[in-house]
Design a protein around this ligand. Sequence first.
Ligand SMILES: Cc1ncc(COP(=O)(O)O)c(C=O)c1O
Length: 370
Amino acid sequence: MDKVRLIKPYVSFPDIEAEFREIFESGIFTRGKFVEQFAEDIKSYTGAEHCFLTTSATTSLWLCLKLLGIGPGDEVVVSDFSFPATANVVEDLGARPVFADVSPDTYNMTVETLTASISKATKAIIFVDALGNPSGLDVIKETANALGIPLIEDAACAIGSSIDGQKCGSIADMTCFSFHPRKLISTGEGGAITTNNAQWADWLTAKLFHGAAGMKGIALDFVDYGYNFRMSELQAAMGISQLVRLDAIVDQRLRTRAQYVHHLAPLGFVPQQVDANVRHNVQSVVFKVPDSIDRDRLVIALRDTVETTIGTYAMSGLTYYETKYGCPNPVSTKLQECTLTLPCFEGVDVALVCDAVQQAIKSVTKEFTC
Ligand SMILES: Cc1ncc(COP(=O)(O)O)c(C=O)c1O
């Protein structure tokens, strides 16, 4: 059998052929109507008042911190169980990432772990929707508001997720999305920032255009210095074609996840937990593997048939951060060691994957007993 991949993109060439042709024929590759439309579509989908399309979630997070003036001497509390980009942007600006441990069930920062990580130097909080799951963001928002600390949502994985019907993108003070190929919407590389803050939107407008705001005579008026982390027209056309199908994609992924739970829960695999008021977009289908099974051996045993991987990283335990700041968090560390991500895409044969997992468990167990 062909190896089962972890994910397949939800965009194919016929979906965007006409738009790509139009872009090539017009010669307008940047700052055109597709970028404008994709940003408008994200605003109406998420309910956010402002949206800026960027090159990645990493540059988006970096810009949000820059906007808040984060720098040396400052601390930013970050959810520990995440891709390193979440902490790297803090470190890059000379501030200190403070790793808040996570719930062993939702894999997200909790009010308790956040509160324990706050100090006088805390200038921002980055809540990560672990693997697309925003569980707990609503209570973290209340806490952040009460403390008067800006809340950035690292929703790199969470486009399409919501809490009480409110979409990620309109909940935190600023939200950052990723359109990397492992996400539900892929533009190759790409990202977005959403916010309801008009002043911040003005800052982002100029900063994403080299510092220009309007015209001075017949030339641009550079009122500030700035950057270029903008998405291109071709990427935006790809994004538009997927966003219209996003809710259907999430429905399909939720069904796939339910099938996995049906097959794997009896084997002792525990799925990532989701609060009752949350709609999880299932960016990844992730289980905790029972202690009796060596997760790493399982991944290796499946290598030729089914692509699987770890859930994500305990950033506090990464060589760089542990060497610099010491003391990795226990729950995130355990999650990095015992979580398993399984293939999830349109048409994935869940029964076949679970059969392969069962066979692999047997072979791993046999190796142990030999
Ligand atoms: C939680 C989280 N934050 C940030 C990123 C970085 O996203 P990008 O590749 O768009 O920079 C990722 C990438 O997977 C991620 O999972």
